[in-house]
Design a protein around this ligand. Structure first.
Ligand code: NAI
Length: 476
């Protein structure tokens, strides 16, 4: 370590990619600065993404359960009323606590935290500007620079946000009244999660999805089941519906839709546009530094060590290709700095779980059936419905299933798709099993606690292994 402004590593961005990389690098003995433009650390995930949405999902689920399900359990309540202000304050407290944890982690690891906007000035230096006009940009130098500035919502030109009637997920996490009719453009992660929050709190919710299936990346059986369950809860779906524009007028907003040859207009009081996210690369000075983008997707191009086309400059998380998931960014952040510290750092992209926090939750890892078919892999499928597990019956939540896909020749687990309560926690066992190269039989022979939801996983594994071992490869 040399002067205060000469470091081993500069990390730009303090989200789950950046803060994990900065802390890990410091723990490995590197001198590190982490530059963040916002006052609060933690990036989109902690401030306006994963964490506040889960806080609202949990609160709204309690409200909905109290209103609709407590009576089934023999619990009588008075009139259940919503105090949205308190719900929002609680969410804010959760976020505040976690962002402070990130600060403590970085400070405790001796990472220098710098507030400001970073611009690359070559492959070993960065200028940091602050909002204060009188302050000259601070120059920092480092052997390596790691870009971890995340992503922004995609804004289609005919659906420009006005932050009032036409909103992104950021505003949808902080509304001060329950919309009468929330129209959601995009039936992906954000649309389904935030749609669930406002549906439970009393809004009419219509989801417009241009593809024939919601949550396009999901296994199609899981996607169809999720849609059926959410529709039963009251969510309205229009599939194959392309939104061609939205116009606010007074307290309302009109949304134009094309479904095949049919054109129609829907009227609501808010429109949430959730049609994907794009890499946040503007203003970083990438061009001048020689950092190339993929022209089609806008992602930063990296090699297998996450190095960009400029030597010494690295990029991770939503800036590069792959799923835009916090845990993928964290894994890449740890891997890149481990390599910089001359240790092995690897991410297994075959075992990155994904979860949609609806009720019930949907959790997946590995290949879908369609992907196994595309790759011409002979596979077996083991499915088990939660109606067959005692724990689900005790809870009164039997919707959903576990679907396991295994290699027909080797019995190795290729993918697992779960829809049901606690799916987000259950998928951890599947990720670990796949990391260790487990076969379906390994899971089927593993003793699972009774009564638990994870017995459904064991049962699905028994069905899959029965197919691969005892019946021989199924012809698909
Ligand atoms: P998404 O990619 O999940 O879904 C966007 C949907 O919008 C797609 O189904 C697409 O077909 C549809 N669409 C695009 N243009 C349209 C149009 N004009 N009309 C109608 N439909 C249209 O993107 P989303 O929901 O914005 O989330 C962004 C990313 O954030 C996700 O891909 C995910 O990586 C991350 N995320 C993860 C969460 C989690 O892990 N639980 C929660 C929320 C977001």
């Amino acid at each position: 370590m040399a002067s205060n402004n000469r470091l081993d590593l500069i990390v730009v961005g303090s989200g789950p990619g950046g803060y994990v990389a900065a802390a890990r690098a410091a723990q490995l003995g590197l001198s590190v600065a982490c530059i963040e433009k916002d006052e609060r650390l933690g990036g989109v995930c902690l401030n306006v993404g994963c964490i506040p949405s889960k806080a609202l999902l949990d609160s709204s689920e309690h409200y909905h359960m109290a209103k609709t399900r407590f009576a089934d359990h023999g619990i009588q309540t008075g009139r259940i009323r919503l105090d949205l202000g308190t719900m929002m304050k609680r969410k804010e407290t959760v976020v505040q606590g976690l962002t402070e944890n990130v600060r403590s982690l970085l400070e405790g690891s001796k990472v220098r935290i710098i507030r400001g906007t970073a611009i690359l000035k070559g492959n070993d230096r960065v200028a940091v500007t602050t909002e204060s006009r009188n302050k000259k940009p601070e120059m920092l130098e480092a052997t390596s620079i790691l870009l971890a500035t995340g992503s922004l919502p995609v804004t289609p030109p005919d659906l420009a946000f006005d932050n009032n009637r036409i909103i992104s997920s950021t505003e949808a996490l902080s509304l001060d009244t329950v919309p009468k009719h929330l129209i959601i453009v995009g039936g992906g992660y954000i649309g389904l999660e935030l749609g669930s929050v406002w549906l439970r709190l009393g809004a009419k919710v219509t989801v417009l999805e241009m593809l024939p299936q919601i949550a396009g990346a999901l296994d199609s059986l899981a996607a169809r089941t999720l849609q059926r369950i959410l529709a039963k809860q009251g969510m309205i779906f229009k599939l194959g519906a392309r939104v061609t524009g939205a116009k606010p007028s007074g307290q309302q907003v009109k949304v134009a839709i094309e479904t095949g040859d049919k054109r129609e207009t829907l009227t609501g009081d808010r429109v949430l546009v959730a049609v994907g996210r794009k890499p946040n690369t503007d203003g970083l000075g990438l061009d001048a530094a020689g950092v190339a983008l993929n022209e089609k997707t806008g992602h930063i191009q990296v090699d297998e060590s996450y190095q960009t086309t400029a030597e010494g400059i690295y990029a991770i998380g939503d800036l590069i290709a792959g799923p835009a998931l916090a845990h993928k960014a964290s894994a890449e952040g740890a891997a890149v700095v481990e390599r910089l510290a001359r240790r092995p750092g690897l991410v297994n992209y075959d075992t990155i779980p994904s979860v949609i926090y609806t009720f019930p939750e949907v959790a997946s890892v590995g290949l879908t059936e369609a992907q196994a078919r595309e790759r011409a892999i002979g596979y077996c499928v083991g499915t088990f419905p939660f109606t067959g597990t005692g724990r689900a019956r005790c809870m009164g939540e039997t919707d959903g299933f576990v679907k396991m896909i295994s290699d027909a020749k080797t019995d190795r687990v290729l993918g697992v798709h779960i829809i049901g309560p606690r799916a987000a926690e259950m998928i951890g066992e599947c990720v670990l099993a796949m990391e260790f190269g487990a076969s379906a039989e390994d899971i089927a022979r593993t003793v699972h606690g009774h009564p638990t939801f994870s017995e459904g996983l064991q049962e699905a594994a028994s069905v899959a292994t029965h197919c691969s071992i005892y019946r021989g490869p199924e012809k698909k």
